[in-house]
Design a binder for this molecule. Structure first.
Ligand code: HEC
Ligand code: HEC
Length: 293
């Protein structure tokens, strides 16, 4: 009896050691998707409704959010809950993936096959690994259905998405083996540089102005809002002279080095839940962004 137990226990230990044990502890795709959507990808920053004070309405998360009124289009971030009629509950996994990485709606239903306005960051999500893309969809399937129809978009010009060089090039396995590569991936799928890159007449200058900032985001009441900061490694204009702790504090707590509280749309409330290791990788990558003034 005793011997059987020993044999059995050793076998159990063996089964749960090494790779098997790691797998047992590893996240499910839906858990990984939950982490991505609610931290670095901050989908709710656009897709979730807010109350009059600008606070997110948690119980209505993902049921439709901000309206973007630009010279090229007026579009409201739609309901992406699992509601079959007003959300994406009747879309197949492949259709959701296509919307995320190509920015094209399904070939059936409302606005069939029509490209989504460029504000939906598909040109950045293009970089998602197949596993992470599957994980995001797995999580979206767990979002409880809420009935809410948003106003239809109006397109005034053809949709033009500025290609983001890192997403076009893609990420290889070797890049995930070192902090700068992992950080570059997170900064890409977090579309940080969409806001933080020099921007003129609706065109992002990813080649000449990566990280330089300067883009102005009007506040919802029409008053001048926030200007995206220079986050290049320049020691004066950028964050080159900041300590890792200072950069981390800005990203996750919304406090700049000079102590001012960062205004929206900087999504630090989402980034607050980033894993310590992911934050360190993001900072490692930002250190490599060429200095610009
Ligand atoms: C910067 C704001 C923004 C962010 C961040 C964002 N979206 Fe969107 N998304 C939009 C807007 C606006 C539209 C609608 C565009 C249009 O109508 O042309 C849209 C459209 C969509 C659609 C198509 C829905 C439909 O009914 O046509 C899906 C699906 C979607 N987004 C999912 C996501 C997911 C998942 C994330 C996070 C991984 C995300 N979005 C992040 C703004 C955003
Ligand atoms: C939707 C637009 C948007 C996105 C996405 C965004 N930011 Fe920001 N960020 C801003 C704006 C606007 C400010 C300036 C806010 C202010 O000064 O009130 C800012 C400020 C910052 C600052 C503080 C710099 C300083 O000088 O005070 C850092 C660091 C930063 N962002 C890093 C990031 C990183 C890293 C990401 C991606 C994980 C990111 N941001 C994503 C808009 C954005």
């Amino acid at each position: 009896m005793f011997r059987i137990c020993i044999v059995g226990c050793v076998w159990l230990l063996g089964a749960f050691s090494g790779a098997a044990f790691n797998r047992a502890l590893a996240e499910t795709p839906a858990q990984r998707g939950d982490y991505l959507v609610n931290t670095i990808m901050a989908c709710g920053n656009c897709h979730s409704p807010r109350d009059a004070t600008g606070k997110m309405i948690a119980e209505k998360a993902f049921s439709g959010g901000l309206t973007f009124d630009t010279p090229a289009f007026v579009a409201t971030a739609p309901n992406i809950t699992q509601d079959k009629e007003t959300g994406i509950g009747s879309w197949s996994d492949a259709e959701i993936k296509r919307a995320l990485v190509e920015g094209i709606r399904p070939d059936h239903g409302h606005f069939a096959g029509v490209a989504l306005a460029a504000i939906m960051p598909a040109n950045f999500y293009k970089a998602l690994t197949p596993e992470d893309l599957t994980a995001v969809v797995a999580y979206l399937r767990t979002v409880k259905p809420i009935r809410n129809e948003v106003t239809d978009p109006v397109y005034k010009a053809p949709v033009r998405r500025d290609p983001y060089p890192a997403a076009e090039a893609g990420f290889t396995k070797a890049m995930f083996a070192e902090p700068v590569g992992r950080g570059a991936y997170l900064v890409t799928i977090g579309h940080c540089m969409e806001c933080h890159t020099a921007w003129s007449r609706g065109v992002s200058d990813f080649k000449g102005g990566l990280g330089r900032g300067g883009r102005v985001f009007p506040a919802p009441d029409g008053t001048p809002g926030a200007t995206a900061a220079n986050i290049t490694s320049d020691p004066k204009a950028g964050i080159g002279a900041w300590s890792d702790a200072e950069v981390g504090n800005a990203i996750t707590h919304g406090v700049s080095r000079d102590g001012h509280a960062l205004k929206p749309p900087m999504a630090y409330k989402y980034y607050a839940a980033l894993k310590v290791t992911d934050l360190a990788d993001i900072i490692a990558y930002l250190r490599t962004v060429p200095p610009l003034q």
